[in-house]
Design a protein around this ligand. Structure first.
Ligand SMILES: Cc1cc2nc3c(=O)[nH]c(=O)nc-3n(C[C@H](O)[C@H](O)[C@H](O)COP(=O)(O)OP(=O)(O)OC[C@H]3O[C@@H](n4cnc5c(N)ncnc54)[C@H](O)[C@@H]3O)c2cc1C
Length: 325
Protein backbone atom coordinates (compact mmCIF):
# COMPACT_ATOMS: atom_id res chain seq x y z
CA UNK A 1 0.00 0.00 0.00
CA UNK A 2 2.55 2.61 -1.06
CA UNK A 3 2.00 6.29 -1.78
CA UNK A 4 2.58 7.02 -5.45
CA UNK A 5 3.70 10.27 -6.99
CA UNK A 6 4.00 11.47 -10.58
CA UNK A 7 7.59 12.67 -11.11
CA UNK A 8 7.46 14.77 -14.25
CA UNK A 9 10.50 15.41 -16.36
CA UNK A 10 11.37 17.36 -19.46
CA UNK A 11 13.42 15.42 -21.98
CA UNK A 12 14.63 13.19 -19.16
CA UNK A 13 15.55 15.95 -16.74
CA UNK A 14 13.60 16.33 -13.49
CA UNK A 15 12.52 19.77 -12.28
CA UNK A 16 12.43 21.17 -8.77
CA UNK A 17 8.64 20.84 -8.58
CA UNK A 18 8.97 17.07 -9.17
CA UNK A 19 11.41 16.78 -6.27
CA UNK A 20 8.97 18.81 -4.15
CA UNK A 21 6.12 16.42 -5.03
CA UNK A 22 8.28 13.36 -4.31
CA UNK A 23 9.38 14.81 -0.96
CA UNK A 24 5.76 15.64 -0.11
CA UNK A 25 4.62 12.11 -1.00
CA UNK A 26 7.46 10.65 1.07
CA UNK A 27 6.28 12.73 4.06
CA UNK A 28 2.79 11.25 3.72
CA UNK A 29 4.21 7.74 3.28
CA UNK A 30 6.27 8.14 6.43
CA UNK A 31 3.20 9.20 8.44
CA UNK A 32 1.29 6.22 7.05
CA UNK A 33 4.17 3.81 7.71
CA UNK A 34 4.52 2.88 4.05
CA UNK A 35 6.83 3.48 1.05
CA UNK A 36 6.90 5.96 -1.83
CA UNK A 37 6.79 4.92 -5.48
CA UNK A 38 7.52 7.54 -8.14
CA UNK A 39 5.97 7.11 -11.58
CA UNK A 40 8.08 8.25 -14.50
CA UNK A 41 6.36 8.50 -17.88
CA UNK A 42 8.41 8.39 -21.08
CA UNK A 43 12.16 8.30 -21.51
CA UNK A 44 14.51 9.16 -18.67
CA UNK A 45 17.88 7.64 -17.83
CA UNK A 46 18.47 5.48 -14.76
CA UNK A 47 20.93 8.04 -13.38
CA UNK A 48 18.34 10.84 -13.66
CA UNK A 49 15.70 8.64 -12.02
CA UNK A 50 18.10 7.72 -9.21
CA UNK A 51 17.91 11.34 -8.06
CA UNK A 52 14.30 10.76 -6.96
CA UNK A 53 15.68 8.57 -4.16
CA UNK A 54 17.47 11.59 -2.74
CA UNK A 55 14.07 13.18 -2.10
CA UNK A 56 12.46 10.17 -0.46
CA UNK A 57 11.27 7.81 -3.24
CA UNK A 58 11.95 4.13 -2.57
CA UNK A 59 11.07 2.85 -6.01
CA UNK A 60 10.49 4.11 -9.54
CA UNK A 61 7.93 2.60 -11.90
CA UNK A 62 8.79 3.72 -15.41
CA UNK A 63 6.37 3.51 -18.31
CA UNK A 64 9.01 3.89 -20.99
CA UNK A 65 6.73 4.63 -23.93
CA UNK A 66 8.15 7.43 -26.09
CA UNK A 67 4.62 8.73 -26.77
CA UNK A 68 4.55 9.84 -23.11
CA UNK A 69 7.47 12.25 -23.57
CA UNK A 70 4.81 14.89 -24.18
CA UNK A 71 1.67 15.34 -22.12
CA UNK A 72 -1.40 13.38 -23.11
CA UNK A 73 -3.79 13.73 -20.16
CA UNK A 74 -5.75 10.58 -21.05
CA UNK A 75 -2.66 8.39 -21.45
CA UNK A 76 -0.99 9.85 -18.34
CA UNK A 77 -4.12 9.16 -16.28
CA UNK A 78 -4.26 5.58 -17.58
CA UNK A 79 -0.59 4.98 -16.71
CA UNK A 80 -0.98 6.44 -13.21
CA UNK A 81 -4.06 4.33 -12.54
CA UNK A 82 -2.21 1.22 -13.75
CA UNK A 83 0.68 2.06 -11.40
CA UNK A 84 -1.69 2.76 -8.49
CA UNK A 85 -3.44 -0.55 -9.01
CA UNK A 86 -0.17 -2.45 -9.26
CA UNK A 87 1.11 -0.90 -6.02
CA UNK A 88 -2.26 -0.99 -4.24
CA UNK A 89 -1.76 2.73 -3.62
CA UNK A 90 -4.35 4.64 -1.62
CA UNK A 91 -2.70 8.07 -1.96
CA UNK A 92 -1.73 9.57 -5.33
CA UNK A 93 0.31 12.78 -5.43
CA UNK A 94 1.21 15.18 -8.24
CA UNK A 95 2.28 18.76 -8.69
CA UNK A 96 -0.36 21.49 -9.09
CA UNK A 97 0.98 22.54 -12.49
CA UNK A 98 -0.29 22.27 -16.06
CA UNK A 99 0.14 18.49 -16.03
CA UNK A 100 -1.33 17.97 -12.56
CA UNK A 101 -4.33 20.16 -13.35
CA UNK A 102 -5.09 18.12 -16.48
CA UNK A 103 -4.32 14.65 -15.16
CA UNK A 104 -5.20 14.51 -11.44
CA UNK A 105 -8.97 15.13 -11.85
CA UNK A 106 -9.12 12.37 -14.50
CA UNK A 107 -7.36 9.95 -12.16
CA UNK A 108 -9.63 10.96 -9.26
CA UNK A 109 -12.81 10.56 -11.33
CA UNK A 110 -11.81 7.14 -12.68
CA UNK A 111 -10.73 5.86 -9.26
CA UNK A 112 -13.72 7.44 -7.45
CA UNK A 113 -11.20 9.26 -5.29
CA UNK A 114 -11.62 12.47 -3.31
CA UNK A 115 -9.17 15.12 -4.44
CA UNK A 116 -7.54 18.30 -3.15
CA UNK A 117 -5.98 20.53 -5.80
CA UNK A 118 -3.17 22.86 -4.71
CA UNK A 119 -2.39 21.60 -1.21
CA UNK A 120 -0.14 23.80 0.94
CA UNK A 121 0.37 21.48 3.92
CA UNK A 122 1.12 17.91 4.77
CA UNK A 123 -2.18 16.15 5.51
CA UNK A 124 -3.20 16.12 9.18
CA UNK A 125 -3.81 12.44 9.84
CA UNK A 126 -4.92 12.93 13.43
CA UNK A 127 -8.35 14.06 12.19
CA UNK A 128 -8.75 11.89 9.10
CA UNK A 129 -6.84 13.07 6.04
CA UNK A 130 -7.14 16.85 6.31
CA UNK A 131 -5.33 18.92 3.69
CA UNK A 132 -4.97 22.71 3.73
CA UNK A 133 -5.39 24.71 0.51
CA UNK A 134 -5.91 28.32 -0.54
CA UNK A 135 -9.43 29.43 -1.46
CA UNK A 136 -11.11 32.68 -2.57
CA UNK A 137 -8.09 33.78 -4.60
CA UNK A 138 -5.77 33.22 -1.65
CA UNK A 139 -7.87 35.28 0.81
CA UNK A 140 -8.60 32.27 3.01
CA UNK A 141 -7.62 28.68 3.67
CA UNK A 142 -9.84 25.61 3.47
CA UNK A 143 -9.11 22.46 5.45
CA UNK A 144 -10.48 19.60 3.38
CA UNK A 145 -10.95 16.11 4.83
CA UNK A 146 -10.69 13.46 2.11
CA UNK A 147 -12.80 10.55 3.26
CA UNK A 148 -12.71 8.31 0.17
CA UNK A 149 -10.63 5.12 0.16
CA UNK A 150 -8.28 6.44 -2.55
CA UNK A 151 -7.06 10.03 -2.21
CA UNK A 152 -5.57 12.34 -4.84
CA UNK A 153 -3.58 15.44 -3.84
CA UNK A 154 -1.73 17.96 -5.99
CA UNK A 155 0.88 20.09 -4.26
CA UNK A 156 1.23 23.82 -4.93
CA UNK A 157 4.79 24.31 -6.29
CA UNK A 158 7.26 26.23 -4.08
CA UNK A 159 5.34 25.43 -0.90
CA UNK A 160 8.16 23.56 0.85
CA UNK A 161 11.92 23.93 0.40
CA UNK A 162 13.38 20.74 -1.08
CA UNK A 163 16.04 18.96 0.96
CA UNK A 164 18.38 16.62 -0.84
CA UNK A 165 19.27 13.52 1.15
CA UNK A 166 21.08 10.26 0.49
CA UNK A 167 18.64 7.52 -0.68
CA UNK A 168 18.44 5.48 -3.87
CA UNK A 169 15.61 3.80 -5.77
CA UNK A 170 14.92 0.44 -7.35
CA UNK A 171 13.73 0.92 -10.94
CA UNK A 172 11.04 -1.25 -12.50
CA UNK A 173 9.43 -1.04 -15.91
CA UNK A 174 5.66 -1.06 -16.16
CA UNK A 175 3.86 -1.95 -19.40
CA UNK A 176 0.57 -0.22 -20.02
CA UNK A 177 -1.67 -1.20 -22.94
CA UNK A 178 -2.50 2.11 -24.57
CA UNK A 179 -4.77 2.47 -27.57
CA UNK A 180 -5.03 5.25 -30.15
CA UNK A 181 -7.83 6.94 -28.21
CA UNK A 182 -5.36 7.63 -25.39
CA UNK A 183 -3.38 9.85 -27.74
CA UNK A 184 -6.33 11.53 -29.45
CA UNK A 185 -4.93 14.91 -28.40
CA UNK A 186 -1.33 15.24 -29.46
CA UNK A 187 1.33 17.85 -28.79
CA UNK A 188 2.53 19.04 -32.20
CA UNK A 189 5.14 21.50 -31.07
CA UNK A 190 6.74 22.63 -27.84
CA UNK A 191 8.34 26.06 -27.74
CA UNK A 192 10.30 26.68 -24.59
CA UNK A 193 11.55 29.83 -22.96
CA UNK A 194 15.28 29.41 -22.62
CA UNK A 195 18.06 31.29 -20.89
CA UNK A 196 16.00 32.61 -17.95
CA UNK A 197 14.97 31.26 -14.56
CA UNK A 198 11.56 29.51 -15.07
CA UNK A 199 8.97 31.67 -13.33
CA UNK A 200 7.15 28.77 -11.67
CA UNK A 201 10.37 27.65 -9.96
CA UNK A 202 11.95 31.03 -9.25
CA UNK A 203 12.83 31.86 -5.66
CA UNK A 204 13.09 35.57 -6.51
CA UNK A 205 10.74 37.44 -8.86
CA UNK A 206 10.70 41.03 -10.12
CA UNK A 207 7.33 42.01 -11.57
CA UNK A 208 6.11 45.06 -13.46
CA UNK A 209 2.67 46.57 -14.00
CA UNK A 210 1.02 49.26 -16.04
CA UNK A 211 2.81 51.84 -13.91
CA UNK A 212 5.94 51.06 -15.93
CA UNK A 213 4.22 53.01 -18.76
CA UNK A 214 5.60 50.97 -21.67
CA UNK A 215 7.85 48.07 -22.74
CA UNK A 216 10.70 50.49 -23.41
CA UNK A 217 11.01 51.00 -19.63
CA UNK A 218 11.52 47.32 -18.78
CA UNK A 219 15.31 47.68 -18.90
CA UNK A 220 15.42 48.86 -15.28
CA UNK A 221 13.42 45.80 -14.18
CA UNK A 222 15.70 43.51 -16.19
CA UNK A 223 18.71 45.09 -14.48
CA UNK A 224 17.14 44.63 -11.06
CA UNK A 225 16.24 41.01 -11.87
CA UNK A 226 19.76 40.44 -13.23
CA UNK A 227 21.38 41.82 -10.07
CA UNK A 228 19.36 39.38 -7.96
CA UNK A 229 19.26 36.38 -10.32
CA UNK A 230 15.47 36.76 -10.35
CA UNK A 231 12.81 35.84 -12.90
CA UNK A 232 10.56 38.47 -14.47
CA UNK A 233 6.77 38.56 -14.15
CA UNK A 234 4.04 41.07 -14.97
CA UNK A 235 0.40 42.00 -14.42
CA UNK A 236 -2.26 40.99 -16.91
CA UNK A 237 -2.74 44.36 -18.68
CA UNK A 238 0.99 44.36 -19.39
CA UNK A 239 0.77 40.99 -21.14
CA UNK A 240 -2.53 41.92 -22.83
CA UNK A 241 -0.85 45.03 -24.25
CA UNK A 242 2.01 42.83 -25.55
CA UNK A 243 4.56 44.75 -23.49
CA UNK A 244 5.68 41.38 -22.12
CA UNK A 245 5.06 37.74 -23.15
CA UNK A 246 1.98 36.01 -21.74
CA UNK A 247 3.97 33.36 -19.88
CA UNK A 248 5.11 36.13 -17.49
CA UNK A 249 1.54 37.09 -16.54
CA UNK A 250 0.67 36.13 -12.96
CA UNK A 251 -2.66 36.21 -11.17
CA UNK A 252 -6.07 34.63 -11.27
CA UNK A 253 -5.93 34.10 -15.02
CA UNK A 254 -2.15 33.70 -15.20
CA UNK A 255 0.47 31.78 -13.28
CA UNK A 256 0.41 31.16 -9.54
CA UNK A 257 3.79 31.60 -7.92
CA UNK A 258 5.14 31.31 -4.38
CA UNK A 259 8.67 32.75 -4.48
CA UNK A 260 10.67 33.72 -1.41
CA UNK A 261 10.72 37.33 -2.64
CA UNK A 262 8.23 39.11 -4.95
CA UNK A 263 9.08 42.70 -5.90
CA UNK A 264 6.05 44.40 -7.49
CA UNK A 265 6.78 47.61 -9.36
CA UNK A 266 3.98 49.87 -10.63
CA UNK A 267 1.30 47.27 -9.88
CA UNK A 268 -1.85 48.43 -8.07
CA UNK A 269 -2.52 45.12 -6.27
CA UNK A 270 -5.96 44.17 -7.61
CA UNK A 271 -7.39 41.02 -6.04
CA UNK A 272 -7.04 39.17 -9.36
CA UNK A 273 -3.31 39.93 -9.36
CA UNK A 274 -2.85 39.06 -5.69
CA UNK A 275 -4.48 35.67 -6.32
CA UNK A 276 -1.36 34.59 -8.15
CA UNK A 277 1.28 36.01 -5.83
CA UNK A 278 0.02 36.24 -2.27
CA UNK A 279 1.66 32.94 -1.37
CA UNK A 280 5.03 34.72 -1.75
CA UNK A 281 7.07 34.59 1.45
CA UNK A 282 8.09 38.28 1.28
CA UNK A 283 6.39 40.96 -0.82
CA UNK A 284 8.05 44.29 -1.63
CA UNK A 285 5.90 46.94 -3.32
CA UNK A 286 7.22 49.97 -5.19
CA UNK A 287 4.41 52.33 -6.17
CA UNK A 288 4.13 56.09 -6.42
CA UNK A 289 0.62 56.08 -4.94
CA UNK A 290 0.69 55.63 -1.14
CA UNK A 291 -2.96 54.49 -1.33
CA UNK A 292 -2.23 51.63 -3.76
CA UNK A 293 -4.01 48.51 -2.39
CA UNK A 294 -0.87 46.40 -2.85
CA UNK A 295 0.71 48.10 0.19
CA UNK A 296 -1.82 46.27 2.41
CA UNK A 297 -0.39 42.93 1.26
CA UNK A 298 3.25 44.10 1.39
CA UNK A 299 5.94 43.23 3.91
CA UNK A 300 8.00 46.22 2.73
CA UNK A 301 6.85 49.19 0.68
CA UNK A 302 8.54 52.09 -1.06
CA UNK A 303 6.39 55.05 -2.10
CA UNK A 304 8.14 56.53 -5.11
CA UNK A 305 8.55 56.70 -8.84
CA UNK A 306 9.79 53.40 -10.33
CA UNK A 307 12.17 55.27 -12.62
CA UNK A 308 13.98 56.65 -9.55
CA UNK A 309 13.60 53.88 -6.98
CA UNK A 310 14.43 50.81 -9.11
CA UNK A 311 17.87 51.94 -10.40
CA UNK A 312 18.85 52.97 -6.87
CA UNK A 313 17.77 49.60 -5.50
CA UNK A 314 19.72 47.79 -8.24
CA UNK A 315 22.83 49.88 -7.51
CA UNK A 316 22.52 49.12 -3.78
CA UNK A 317 22.18 45.39 -4.43
CA UNK A 318 25.20 45.37 -6.76
CA UNK A 319 27.24 47.29 -4.19
CA UNK A 320 26.17 44.88 -1.44
CA UNK A 321 27.11 41.87 -3.57
CA UNK A 322 30.50 43.35 -4.47
CA UNK A 323 31.17 43.90 -0.76
CA UNK A 324 30.58 40.20 -0.15
CA UNK A 325 33.49 39.10 -2.37
C1 LIG B 1 -11.79 38.08 -14.43
C2 LIG B 1 -10.54 38.91 -14.28
C3 LIG B 1 -9.33 38.25 -14.19
C4 LIG B 1 -8.15 38.99 -14.03
N1 LIG B 1 -6.97 38.33 -13.93
C5 LIG B 1 -5.84 39.03 -13.69
C6 LIG B 1 -4.59 38.37 -13.50
O1 LIG B 1 -4.47 37.14 -13.59
N2 LIG B 1 -3.50 39.13 -13.24
C7 LIG B 1 -3.54 40.50 -13.16
O2 LIG B 1 -2.50 41.11 -12.92
N3 LIG B 1 -4.72 41.14 -13.34
C8 LIG B 1 -5.85 40.45 -13.62
N4 LIG B 1 -7.02 41.12 -13.83
C9 LIG B 1 -6.96 42.60 -13.92
C10 LIG B 1 -6.95 43.28 -12.56
O3 LIG B 1 -8.26 43.47 -12.10
C11 LIG B 1 -6.26 44.66 -12.66
O4 LIG B 1 -6.95 45.43 -13.62
C12 LIG B 1 -4.80 44.57 -13.04
O5 LIG B 1 -4.12 43.68 -12.17
C13 LIG B 1 -4.15 45.94 -12.94
O6 LIG B 1 -2.85 45.87 -13.44
P1 LIG B 1 -1.75 46.91 -12.96
O7 LIG B 1 -1.72 46.92 -11.47
O8 LIG B 1 -0.53 46.62 -13.72
O9 LIG B 1 -2.33 48.29 -13.53
P2 LIG B 1 -3.05 49.50 -12.82
O10 LIG B 1 -4.23 49.05 -12.04
O11 LIG B 1 -3.25 50.52 -13.88
O12 LIG B 1 -1.99 50.02 -11.75
C14 LIG B 1 -0.80 50.67 -12.08
C15 LIG B 1 -0.13 51.07 -10.77
O13 LIG B 1 1.11 51.67 -11.07
C16 LIG B 1 1.32 52.76 -10.21
N5 LIG B 1 2.21 53.69 -10.89
C17 LIG B 1 1.94 54.51 -11.96
N6 LIG B 1 3.05 55.16 -12.33
C18 LIG B 1 4.05 54.75 -11.50
C19 LIG B 1 5.42 55.06 -11.40
N7 LIG B 1 6.01 55.95 -12.24
N8 LIG B 1 6.15 54.48 -10.43
C20 LIG B 1 5.57 53.59 -9.57
N9 LIG B 1 4.26 53.25 -9.61
C21 LIG B 1 3.52 53.82 -10.58
C22 LIG B 1 -0.08 53.34 -9.99
O14 LIG B 1 -0.12 54.09 -8.77
C23 LIG B 1 -0.94 52.07 -9.95
O15 LIG B 1 -1.07 51.60 -8.61
C24 LIG B 1 -8.19 40.41 -13.99
C25 LIG B 1 -9.44 41.06 -14.06
C26 LIG B 1 -10.60 40.32 -14.22
C27 LIG B 1 -11.91 41.04 -14.28
Amino acid sequence: MSVIVLAEHQQGSFKKKSFEAVQYAAGIAQSLGTTTTAIVLGNASDSEMQQLGQYGANKVLQVADARLDNLSATAYAKAIIAAAEKEGAKVIVGSHDVTGKAVAPRVAAKMKAGMVAGAVSQPDLSKGFVVKKNVFSGKAFAFVNITSDVKVVTLMPNTFPVKKGEGSVSIEKLDVAFDDKDFAVQVKEVSKVTGTVPLSEAELVVSGGRGMKGPENWGILEDLAGSLGAALACSRPVADSHWRPHHEHVGQTGGTIRPNLYIAVGISGAIQHLAGVNGSKTIVVINKDPEAPFFKAADYGVVGDAAEVVPRLTAAIKKFKEGQH
